[in-house]
Design a protein around this ligand. Structure first.
Ligand code: AMP
Ligand code: GLY
Length: 423
């Protein structure tokens, strides 16, 4: 079949790498893709948020299956657009409807969903300018630190964690007054949970689900988890503390009620669910839902998945996941992200990249690259993700670091300690 992957990052390159291995794949397309995906298929330089452009691409290239990588087109309703179009109705598309995508698009909606289905999560209170005083009162009941979340999509920047009550009130006020634009018109105040985080992924067809390998990502820019938040500086899978006892709790308390809840509420959802979890004592709580795969988690999840991904995606679209059993590689995968100097602050783009062809014994996924003529150049803060499989975290990380040292571009920066807290 002909397959279109929507998006342009390391997640999409990795999905393409995995999909390309399937005998079911004929032609592969990316919209818009990057310099890495160009080696796997055809890049189509159009915006995935332009649904008419997506439609033309699907019809012109006889696409049978569309995989939506990022959240934005999902929140904007790309799946509903397909279902409501007579020419696209029968094209398989992986991702939730706009209603389902609200689990990521609105923190308040996600919280209300969890309350309705008894899914463990931090205590919260939702504030708008109409009930600011009640918001302050709720803050005063909590112990510091205080967690403030802009309700809407804020490119991963909408969460503030503050130690001081007065500062929290001031930030609450500035969020309600546009600090994060419209995303912050509503703010969710949460009780702070103290524990260790991990990411669990499932594919659901709206009725059943399969669990994919779990992962832990490293969001802070500095070694030892210090400095500013980024999109992710690296990831590890499996996560040693996610043992079978813990995963059983995750399944019974979180995954099953979520999938059942979607079904009960008649929310059309055929796609990935990313559970951002925190382990408090021995119990899992939901920090957030995402309605897509994670990046850079995909770069360690997909290399460990043994199943044919296209087979899984077709079963998802056709509501046949109940017949599927997943298998995964017992080895450990570690990915190390190479970023542009200055990231997550200001950084340059268009810097020439060298030696990518010399990478040996790791998989080099492109996160933010482009071509300048024939030359590969940087095109984002996160530029590459170098993934290796090994018998344990150290050996997989060492292998990734060896290859990370070979890939060259001015200003390259990386963390050498991915997985440090797990060994
Ligand atoms: P989110 O965008 O919801 O994933 O939040 C970003 C980060 O803030 C998470 O990865 C956590 O590290 C942290 N965080 C969010 N909510 C809480 C909470 N209730 N307690 C502790 N940390 C939190
Ligand atoms: N790595 C976190 C995310 O994809 O949101």
């Amino acid at each position: 079949m002909n397959i279109l992957i929507v998006g342009s990052g390391g997640r999409e390159h990795t999905l393409g790498w995995k999909i390309k291995q399937s005998p079911l794949t004929d032609n592969l397309f990316f919209m818009p893709g990057n310099a890495g995906t160009a080696a796997l298929g055809v890049n189509i330089n159009l915006s995935p948020n332009d649904f008419e452009a997506v439609k033309r691409t699907v019809l012109n290239n006889k696409i049978d299956l569309v995989v939506v990588g990022p959240e934005e087109p999902l929140v904007l309703g790309i799946v509903d657009f397909f279902k409501n179009d007579s020419q696209l109705r029968n094209v398989k598309i992986i991702g939730p409807s706009a209603e389902g995508a609200r689990l990521e698009g609105s923190k308040e909606y996600a919280k209300q969903f969890m309350m309705r289905h008894n899914i463990p999560t931090a205590r919260y209170f939702s504030v708008s300018s109409a009930n600011f005083e009640e918001g302050k009162a709720f803050l005063s009941e909590l112990n510091p630190p205080y967690v403030l979340k802009a309700d809407g999509l804020a490119a991963g920047k909408g969460v503030l964690i503050l130690n001081d009550y007065n500062e929290a009130c001031a930030e609450l006020n500035s969020m309600l007054n546009g600090k994060f634009g419209a995303a912050g018109k509503t703010v969710v105040i949460e009780e702070f949970l103290s524990g260790i985080e991990l990411s669990v992924f499932v594919l659901t067809d709206g009725k059943d689900y399969v669990i994919l390998p779990e992962a832990k990502d490293y969001k802070r820019v500095g070694e030892g988890d210090t400095g500013l938040n980024t999109g992710g500086m690296g990831a590890v899978s499996p996560v040693p503390f996610a043992d079978s006892d813990f995963m059983e709790k995750v399944t019974q308390r979180i995954i099953k009620p979520t999938v059942e809840g979607l079904k009960e509420e008649r929310i059309d959802y055929k796609g990935f669910i990313f559970f951002g979890l925190i382990k408090v004592g021995n119990d899992p709580y939901v920090i957030e839902y995402n309605v897509r795969m994670g990046d850079p988690e995909t770069e360690v999840v997909m290399p460990r998945l043994k199943n044919d991904l296209v087979d899984l995606l077709i079963a998802t679209a056709d509501t046949k996941l109940s017949s599927i059993v997943t298998h995964c590689d017992d080895r450990t995968a570690v990915t190390v992200v190479l970023v542009s100097g200055g990231y997550p602050g200001d950084y340059r783009k268009g810097i020439s990249v060298f030696n990518t062809e010399k990478v040996d014994g790791s998989i080099l996924f492109h996160s933010g690259t482009d071509f300048s003529g024939k030359q590969v150049v940087t095109n984002g803060g996160r530029v590459f993700a170098v993934t290796s499989l090994g018998r344990d975290i150290q050996s997989a990380r060492d292998q990734s670091l060896k290859n990370a040292a070979i890939v060259a571009f001015d200003g390259k920066y990386l963390r050498r300690d991915i997985g440090f807290d797990l060994v």
